[in-house]
Design a protein. Structure first.
Length: 277
């Protein structure tokens, strides 16, 4: 029997470590059918957005498993830029060990110098996952349609203002009541250019010096405020029930992929800017 055949079925995660230290795993099981693999996370709704496939190479030692994550979903077209993960694996009867290292390459060996996940075959039923709540979407003439995300417990959707498209995330107050957050986001969309300028100016005031002091690449000249602003691209706005708003921007490489975050309170006062991620 080949390893591809022996891997079929349900596997339960019993431990996960990174450099020898225990790490938390949201998934409890893997279900393998053919060349498809499904992570089972009981406390999350399976939204069907991920197509996860794998291939094994038994001709090398240690043996290799390559995993492809395609977020176009099981029925969508192939993603031209899928996420590729590389593992070494050891299959010992009903125990499976997966070892991963730096992104984009296989580890040198299976050891605690890397991340290790240990699974055992599970002969029981496949665990049930959280079921969709059926919460209806919010539909607004100005904002459009915002759908409820059962895993994040907020409403989300795409909004286009002029030539700018970004994601809106509404965090409701006490359950699913998003009326106050919806009023706030409508206020922002109706006066979008002012808010966009407010966020950009505050980010420049708070982060331009940081960029020029500690985030310049080798040989890179100091950047101007105009250059800094041109690199910022709005990706999302999160709105809290208390009126606090966070603008999230792609950094255009200013901070090597970190988001540029600007927080604005209910009184339109900027309170914080940061580069998380």
């Amino acid at each position: 029997m080949s390893d591809s055949e022996a891997l079929q079925g349900l596997w339960r995660i019993i431990s996960s470590t990174a450099q020898g230290r225990p790490v938390h795993e949201s998934a409890t099981h893997y279900l393998i059918a053919g060349n498809s693999m499904k992570e089972i996370v009981p406390n999350l709704v399976d939204e069907g957005k991920l197509r996860l496939t794998f291939v094994v190479d038994e001709s090398v030692f240690p043996k290799r498993l390559t995993e492809t994550l395609d977020y176009n979903g099981p029925d969508g077209p192939p993603d031209p830029n899928p996420i590729i993960l590389h593992y070494l694996y050891q299959l010992d009867g009903e125990t499976l060990t997966l070892c991963s290292g730096a992104f984009g390459s296989f580890p040198d060996n299976i050891s605690d110098d890397y991340s290790i996940k240990t699974l055992v075959r599970d002969h029981g039923p496949v665990p049930e996952q959280k079921q969709p709540s059926g919460t209806p979407p919010l539909v607004d003439d100005l904002i459009g349609t915002l759908r409820w995300d059962d895993n994040l417990n907020w409403y989300r959707g795409q909004v286009r203002v002029g030539d700018v498209t970004f994601e809106i995330k509404l965090n409701p107050d006490e359950g699913i009541d998003a009326s106050s957050a919806l009023m706030r986001v409508k206020q922002i969309v109706e006066d979008f250019e002012r808010y966009q300028q407010l966020a950009a100016d505050y980010a420049i005031d708070g982060l331009l010096e940081l960029k020029n002091d500690t985030w310049l690449d080798e040989g890179e000249e100091e950047v101007s405020s105009e250059f800094f602003k041109a690199k910022m691209t709005l990706q999302a706005i999160t709105v809290e029930a208390d009126g606090e708003v966070t603008f999230w921007h792609h950094d255009g490489g200013l901070f090597f992929g970190h988001s540029i975050q600007v927080c604005i309170d209910a009184n339109d006062k900027c309170t914080n800017t940061d580069i998380p991620g």
